[in-house]
Design a protein around this ligand. Structure first.
Ligand code: SF4
Length: 458
């Protein structure tokens, strides 16, 4: 999962500060590296800066404020293909015979390795191990065509997930795969147009959400405004990622016209109706991922919601556990129950999903140590039984708790009194999109099949 952001200003105003802010708002989508690419205006040369780590560590805000550029893109990366190093940080930029370009990509191109092998056999030399670089090589392969035509030709050959912010010289281009896996939105503030992975990044720069980029659409933004063209691939159905609503996206974002916050509350409500916990004295959420669904659950069950588990917000991914004592503290360093709320009580604890099952197991053990009488676990999505191939770093089937164990065995394994999940139909109706428009592959194994045009006729 990654985040992309782009901006183009018609009147020449610099947009680099907006890119930096937009990436800040998208930090939850990737913490490994961050980068910005911009056009130098005159010749349409593309320059870039990339670094490892969080946005404020990877990018020198002071330095960026000295650069003037009216079109730019940015990226925050969470690796799903390619190693976690600077050579794979994005945006990826290149100069080829038809000009300069840079690409920021969210998603995972499922036929990238086949295309890469074919291009390498024809002499292409790849600089990184990311699937994104495939797009640049496919374009270079069509170097007799104008850059936009070469881009359209490259995209029609791809399968899988790509939401892209691209600089073609001084033009800003947004593109979303024909299946619509990952979100991508357009926004505007005065003379500045924006493209962003999520609408929360538009809010931070004071822009208004115009609309989502449609599946299979390419939007070209330049001095003349917006132009929309299509990727010539006919998708047999849509695959908008349901997990974006369940967990990945920020709750203050809108995806395909739906409020992520409202969807999460609806998921919790449906869970309460499908699998009530009549004896529970309080409903609480696993922070922060289960909090909103827990509020929805409590709202529909009529049971009181309490924020009974508190999360330390300042624990980074790199928290070191140098001694046995610190290792033993485990999850308590991150999450701590409020004992007075749970002692002697029967609890319904709502979370968004169970992946490996290790966190929920530790939390239940901690809650019991702190005196809870009974712990009912309710999960606001169906069991995750299959890996994602579309840009989310889920473990293999062997590591997925719900793939290894049936629900009752998993309940015993994690130490819950009861455990239940939401059904796939409830998930889809809470989102409110027609079922042929959404991806549920990590729950159902219903992957994008081979019937859609794979465009491999190079
Ligand atoms: S497999 Fe799951 S996480 Fe991946 S795109 Fe589909 S719904 Fe989203």
């Amino acid at each position: 999962m990654c985040g992309v952001f782009g901006a183009f200003c018609k009147n020449g105003e610099s947009v680099l500060e907006d890119i930096y802010l937009g990436l800040y708002a998208l930090q939850h989508r990737g913490q490994e590296s961050a980068g910005i690419a911009w056009s130098d205006g005159g010749e349409g040369n593309v320059l870039s800066f990339r670094g490892m780590g969080l946005v404020h560590i990877a990018l020198d805000q002071q330095h960026l404020s000295t650069i003037k550029a009216n079109s730019a893109i940015g990226h925050v990366r969470y690796s799903t293909t390619g190693a976690s190093d600077l050579s794979n940080a994005q945006p990826i930029s290149a100069n080829y015979s038809m000009g300069s370009l840079a690409i920021a990509h969210n998603g995972n191109i499922t036929n990238a390795s086949g295309i890469r092998r074919m291009l390498e056999s024809r002499g292409a030399i790849f600089q990184s191990t990311t699937d994104t670089e495939t797009i640049i090589h496919l374009m270079a392969h069509q170097s007799h065509k104008p850059p936009l035509d070469a881009l359209v030709d490259a995209l029609r050959r791809l399968r899988g997930a790509y939401s892209l912010a691209i600089l073609l010289g001084n033009r800003l281009v947004a593109a979303r795969d024909p299946w619509g896996f990952r979100p991508l939105v357009l926004g505007r503030r005065g003379d500045i147009f924006y493209v962003a992975s999520e609408s929360c990044a538009l809010d931070i720069v004071g822009a208004t959400l115009i609309r989502d980029v449609e599946p299979g659409e390419i939007v070209v933004i330049d001095e003349n405004g917006l132009k929309s063209i299509r990727i010539p691939v006919k998708a047999s159905r849509g695959y908008s990622c349901t997990f974006e609503y369940v967990y990945f996206a920020r709750p203050d974002s809108m995806i395909d016209g739906r409020s992520v916050y409202e969807v999460r509350k609806a998921l919790g409500c449906r869970l309460a109706l499908r699998s009530p916990c009549p004896g529970a004295e309080i409903v609480t959420g696993m922070p922060d991922s289960g909090t909103i669904a827990a509020m929805g659950f409590a709202g529909c069950s009529g049971q009181p919601y309490e924020k009974a588990i508190v999360r330390n917000r300042y624990i980074g991914r790199t928290f070191i556990q140098p001694t046995q004592r610190v290792r033993n503290l485990g999850v308590r360093i991150k999450l701590n129950p409020i004992k007075s709320l749970i002692k002697g009580k029967e609890l319904a604890v709502v979370d968004d999903s169970i992946v490996r099952g290790t966190t929920v197991k530790r939390v239940i053990s901690m809650i019991r140590q702190d005196g809870a009488e009974k712990v009912h676990i309710r999960i606001a999505s169906p069991p995750v039984r299959f890996p994602c191939y579309y840009g989310i770093d889920t473990p293999t089937c062997e590591e997925l708790a719900a793939a290894r164990l049936d629900i009752d065995t998993l309940r015993r394994e994690v130490g819950a009194d009861t455990l239940d999940y939401l059904g796939t139909e409830d998930l889809i109706s809470a989102i409110g999109l027609p079922s042929p428009d959404v991806c549920t592959a990590c729950f159902t194994g219903d992957y994008l099949d081979g019937s859609d045009n794979d465009g491999l006729d190079l």
